[in-house]
Design a protein around this ligand. Structure first.
Ligand SMILES: [Zn+2]
Length: 263
């Protein structure tokens, strides 16, 4: 499994952000070689094998790998000791309909699954607080990145110290949308000049989800110099990353994760 490192500015060593890649692509299997997401129709044993390989590369135990069951909400779950005191069924209930995770526990790897949506990893290394969020267009309109920063602040983080980095996700040219989408962004108060354009040939609206999330993070108090944008579009580079627009909903997901190692 090849993991790509994502760069967080000003973050102490010991905090690592990675993103999975599809591995060997099989044109008849949209799950490819490495998919860690267990609710998109992939074979459960293959998902478990991918998770075990990921854990071994990251040096964490399987029970210290935590990912939510995402559903385009703005719900943020803070993982504390109470999560580890709970039984497996209670843990699963806690993770249901959650789209961002925050923790100050070291040695815990938290991540989100995406295929075109924007994964955002965040850290305040001084406070020892890390987070990861899944922002599709609904989550972006709902400002899940702001909700995540607020949950980090409750654990002692300061927005001006937080660094953020986004993983591979859909670019504005690939993200053609119906007019209800820009309307929702406009109603939520976004500066449409910064995040929308119309294709001259088709007249269709295109939204820049990555820039929209950057705007939300700046409004949340982050310094723009501490926000790193994605280096790739998932749909343009669908051989390397999963793209729901390209492969369909029943495909694998790219896993973006953050871990603060024990000192
Ligand atoms: Zn693209």
């Amino acid at each position: 499994m090849e993991l790509e490192k994502l760069i967080l500015n000003n973050s102490a060593s010991g905090i690592v952000v990675v993103q999975t890649t599809r591995g060997k692509v099989n044109s008849r299997n949209a799950y490819s070689q490495y998919n860690l997401c267990d609710y998109t129709g992939d074979d459960a044993l293959r998902v478990l094998e991918a998770r075990l390989e990921f854990c071994s590369l990251m040096g964490v135990d399987l029970d210290h790998l935590v990912m939510p069951r995402q559903s385009h909400t703005t719900r943020v779950l803070t993982i504390g000791e109470d999560y580890f005191d709970a039984g497996i069924e209670d843990q699963e209930a806690m993770l249901e309909d959650v789209d961002a995770l925050v923790t100050d526990l070291p040695g815990l790897c938290i991540g989100v699954n995406t295929a075109d949506c924007v994964p955002i990893a965040l850290a305040d290394s001084t406070a020892g607080v890390i987070a990861v969020a899944h922002a599709g267009w609904r989550g972006t309109v709902g400002k899940i990145a702001l909700c995540t920063v607020q949950a980090m602040v409750r654990l002692g983080a300061k927005p001006q110290r937080i660094a953020a980095t986004m993983g591979a996700s859909i670019c504005a040219d690939c993200f053609e949308v119906g007019d209800e989408v820009p309307q929702a962004f406009e109603q939520a108060g976004f500066d449409m000049q910064l995040i929308m354009h119309r294709n001259a040939a088709t007249g269709k609206a295109h939204i820049n989800l990555q820039e929209a999330n950057r705007q939300v993070l700046i409004d949340a108090g982050l310094n723009s110099g501490n926000i790193n944008m994605p280096t790739a579009c998932s749909r343009c580079r669908h051989q390397r990353y999963f793209s729901a627009r390209r492969l369909g909903i029943n495909s694998g997901r790219t896993f973006t994760a953050i871990l603060r190692r024990d000192a």
